[in-house]
Design a protein around this ligand. Structure first.
Ligand code: AMP
Length: 429
C-alpha cells in the first residue's frame, strides 16, 4: 500500500512510526509532517486547510489509504471530499464527525440512545447560562458547542469563576461562533479514562487502554493543556469495566450512528468518567487522543495500516490489532510559557542520546529544522516514550531518556504515572 498520513504533531509521528512498520505498507507520505518523520516518510508541503488540494495530491501519488490525524479536516468534510473522488480515507465523514464537532449533537445523541452521560442544559445567552449553572450548583461545567482546540471546556467552582466564564463565552466571545450555543453540565466525580476503538461502521476493535495527564503541573495543578503525558494500559479499567463501557457506550454509539444514517467509520474516542453510577460520557472525539496515542501505539503488535484500510472498506477483521504485554509511558517536554504563548526558536539537543537507550522513541511535535540545528516551534515540543515490563520501569526509562534532551525553558511534569503507581504498587502492571 501507498499510505498518506495527514498531520504534524506527536500523535501523527506515532502513527507514522507504527504505519512505517506495517508489513502491508511500501510507500509512506505525510503532509505536512514534522522533522522527526523524515527518516521513515516523505514529507509533502501541503496545507490541511485545502481539502481538494489534498485529494488531488492523493490521486496523483496513487495513494491507497489516507489516514487523518487531527479533527479539524474531518469536521470540515475531508471524508466526504475523498469519497466523492473515489479515494480511500480512514476517518468519519462530516455527518459522523459531528460527534466531536458539536458537543450539543453528542449530548442529544446520547440522550436519544440512552447512553450514560452528564446531565446538561443547552443555553444561548449569558442569563440562561447563569441560571442553569446556579441550578446545577458549583462546581459546574460550561462547554462551547463547537471545536475550540481542546480549550472550550470551563470548570467553574464559584460565583466569580462563573462570571468570568460567562464573560469569556458570551461577551469577549473568546471561542467565537463555537460558543453560539453552550452546554451547562453537571460536574461528574470519579476517575477519568479514555477509551479508543476502530469502527468500520458496524464492527469495532479496541485500542489498548490509556490514562492521560492534562494539567500542566504536578499533582494536577495549574491550567489545562493539550496533554503532558500518558501511560498505557490505564490500569483503572478492569476487564469487566471494559465490557461495561463497550456495552453501554461504544456499541450503542456505533449502532445509533448507523441507525441515524451517519455510519461511523474511523477512530471513535470516548472520554469517560468512571462514576459511582458507572461509566459516563464526557466527550467523543473522532480521532486518536494526543498524548495517549504515543504510549498506546508503542505497544502495538499488528498491521495498523491494514486495520485502517479494512475499517475504511467496512470489513474490519476481528483481532486486527494486538497489544504487547508491556507498559508504554509518555512524558511531554513543553516550551517555556506553555500552555500560554510558548516561546519558540530555542535549540534542542540530546534526542539521539535519548533514543540510543533501548525502548525509547522520541516523537516530535513543536520542532523545526534550521540548517543543522533543531529548534522549538510550538508549545508541546517532544513526546518522550518508553516501554517496560511494568509501569515503574516504563516511566523511569522515559524520564531518564528525557534528561538527555535540553532546550532553554523546557518543562515537563515529574509525576507521570505516580498516581497510578500509588494505586497498583511499584511492581504492578
Ligand atoms: P472534554 O473536552 O469535554 O473532554 O473536557 C475536557 C476535560 O474537562 C475533561 O477531560 C474532563 O477532565 C473535564 N470535564 C468535562 N466534562 C466534565 C464533567 N461533566 N464533569 C467533570 N469534568 C468534566
Amino acid at each position: 500500500m501507498r499510505v498518506l498520513v495527514l498531520g504534524s504533531g506527536a500523535r501523527e509521528h506515532a502513527l507514522v512510526h507504527a504505519i512505517a512498520s506495517s508489513p502491508s505498507v511500501d510507500r509512506l507520505y505525510v503532509a505536512p509532517g514534522n522533522p522527526g518523520m523524515v527518516d521513515v516518510a516523505e514529507l509533502l508541503e501541503l496545507s490541511l486547510a485545502d481539502l481538494e488540494d489534498l485529494a488531488s495530491a492523493a490521486a496523483e501519488l496513487s495513494i491507497d489509504l489516507t489516514v487523518v490525524g487531527p479533527e479539524v479536516p474531518l469536521a470540515e468534510g475531508i471524508g466526504d471530499v475523498f469519497a466523492r473522488r473515489g479515494l480511500r480515507l480512514f476517518g468519519p465523514v462530516a455527518a459522523a464527525a459531528e460527534l466531536e464537532a458539536s458537543k450539543i449533537f453528542a449530548k442529544e445523541f446520547c440522550l436519544r440512545h440512552a447512553i450514560p452521560t452528564a446531565a446538561a442544559e443547552i443555553v444561548q445567552n449569558a442569563d440562561d447560562a447563569a441560571r442553569a449553572a446556579r441550578r446545577f450548583g458549583f462546581p459546574v461545567v460550561l462547554k462551547a458547542d463547537g471545536l475550540a482546540a481542546g480549550k472550550g471546556v470551563l470548570i467553574v467552582k464559584s460565583e466569580s469563576e462563573l462570571e468570568a466564564a460567562i464573560d469569556d463565552l458570551f461577551v469577549a466571545r473568546r471561542f467565537g461562533a463555537a460558543a453560539d450555543r453552550v452546554l451547562v453540565e453537571e460536574c461528574l466525580v470519579g476517575t477519568e479514562v479514555s477509551f479508543m476503538v476502530i469502527s468500520d461502521g458496524t464492527r469495532i476493535e479496541t485500542f489498548a487502554t490509556s490514562h492521560d495527564y492534562k494539567r500542566v503541573g504536578d499533582a494536577d495543578s495549574g491550567p489545562n493543556t493539550g496533554g503532558m503525558g500518558s501511560h498505557s494500559p490505564a490500569f483503572a479499567l478492569s476487564a469487566e469495566l471494559r465490557e461495561q463501557i463497550l456495552n453501554t457506550v461504544i456499541r450503542p454509539t456505533v449502532a445509533g450512528m448507523a441507525a441515524e444514517g451517519r455510519e461511523y467509520r474511523g477512530i471513535l474516542y470516548a472520554g469517560l468518567m468512571l462514576t459511582a453510577d458507572g461509566p459516563k460520557v464526557l466527550e467523543f472525539n473522532c480521532r486518536l487522543g494526543d498524548p495517549e496515542t504515543q504510549s498506546v501505539l508503542r505497544r502495538l503488535d499488528g498491521d495498523l495500516a491494514k486495520a485502517f484500510r479494512d475499517a475504511a472498506d467496512g470489513r474490519l477483521e476481528s483481532g486486527a490489532m494486538r497489544w504487547k504485554d508491556e507498559v508504554g509511558a509518555c512524558v511531554v517536554l513543553a516550551a517555556e510559557n506553555y500552555p500560554g504563548s510558548p516561546r519558540v526558536d530555542d535549540e534542542i539537543t540530546g534526542i539521539t542520546d535519548a533514543e540510543a537507550m533501548p525502548g525509547v522513541v522520541v516523537f516530535h511535535a513543536g520542532t523545526r529544522r534550521d540548517g543543522e540545528r533543531l529548534l522549538t516551534a510550538g508549545g508541546r515540543v517532544l513526546s518522550v516514550t518508553a516501554t517496560g515490563d511494568n509501569l515503574a520501569d516504563a516511566v523511569d526509562l522515559a524520564y531518564r531518556a528525557a534528561r538527555h534532551i535540553r532546550f532553554d525553558g523546557v518543562h515537563s511534569r515529574s509525576d507521570i504515572g505516580a498516581d497510578t503507581l500509588d494505586k497498583i504498587g511499584k511492581s504492578g502492571g
